[in-house]
Design a protein around this ligand. Structure first.
Ligand code: PMP
Length: 289
């Protein structure tokens, strides 16, 4: 595998970061997970834009223009003959001293990995996931905004540990006010009648690229799509529930906190949005030339 690092494609064993990189020492950096389908990078500009917003929010200046970084993603896919894959774009604060001061760091390290991902088995997509509510509260928007896709994912990891320990696949995190935020690595949606509802980013959700695509597809399909403050009651009593993310795509949720959601299997809207999403993703994106 060829890894893109700071402007060069290098062999995997040569792709190394310093032990003094603040990305390693403090989780100080930002990242994106991007999919390629059918020889195209899906929603590349949306991911690049979010990366630069995340970087700006942590006062990290990416030493490259967004268009050049987007092109580097395409070139990394090309070098790895990627047609369908998962791309990880990482920007660390760079090599610094052992103190926290980010301004001691020399230069951000930019890394692009073009690999594969399979989060859940095909069986789980057909059957749907079970989830529980995490005891771990999603980061307060004014401690570490969930809108920032930072390298510090401990909040999410602590929640994911709860899922694994509870014997289920995912967790739903609440925000400090007790409202639904998101899953550990995905956004959450509910269907109620003709309504499709997801929490606003201000409730502690990442503004997911998949989330936005799904909202557009549902609107085009005549659904009444809204962002709203949600409680667990709203999820327990929904007709359907599903999660969205670049890696997970769309996956139904059939049980939450031992309550059956809807009919206990992925619902018709979930399944129809899944096939719409697959079709859209297969035919759109930046060609890997
Ligand atoms: N929330 C969190 C915490 C995430 O890490 C992700 C991405 N894995 C998402 C939501 C979904 O975002 P996207 O659709 O842009 O991948």
């Amino acid at each position: 595998m060829k890894i893109w690092m700071n402007g060069r494609l290098v062999a995997e064993r040569e792709a190394k970061v310093s032990v003094f990189d603040h990305g390693l020492l403090y989780g100080d950096g930002v990242f994106e997970g991007i999919r390629a389908y059918n020889g195209r990078v899906f929603m590349l500009d949306a991911h690049i834009e979010r990366l630069y917003r995340s970087a700006r929010a942590i006062a990290l200046e990416i030493p490259m223009k967004p268009a050049a970084l987007a092109e580097a993603v395409v070139q990394t896919c090309k070098a790895n003959r990627t047609r369908d894959g998962y791309i990880r774009l990482v920007v660390t604060r760079g090599v610094g001293t052992l103190g926290l001061n980010p301004y001691s760091c020399s230069r951000p390290q930019i890394i692009i990995i073009a690999a594969k991902i399979q989060l859940y088995s095909p069986k789980l997509y057909a059957q749907g996931l079970k989830v529980v509510t995490a005891g771990t509260i999603r980061n307060h928007t004014e401690s570490l905004s969930p809108c920032i896709k930072s390298l510090n994912y401990l909040n999410n990891i602590l929640a994911k540990i709860e899922a694994i320990n509870a014997g289920v696949e995912e967790v739903i995190l609440l925000n400090p006010q007790g409202y639904v935020a998101e899953a550990s690595g995905d956004n959450v949606f509910l269907v109620k009648g003709t309504q499709l509802v997801t929490p606003p980013a201000s409730c502690g959700a990442l503004e997911g690229v998949t989330r936005n695509v799904v909202m557009d597809l549902a609107r085009a399909d005549g659904m009444d799509v809204r962002e709203a403050v949600l409680t667990r009651y709203d999820l327990y009593t929904a007709d359907e529930m599903f999660l969205t993310g670049t890696a997970a795509e769309i996956i139904g949720v059939i049980e939450m906190d031992r309550r059956m959601i809807g009919a206990g299997r992925p619902g018709p809207k979930t399944l129809s949005l899944t096939s719409r999403y697959r079709r859209f993703a297969a035919g759109n994106g930046t060609p890997i030339r």
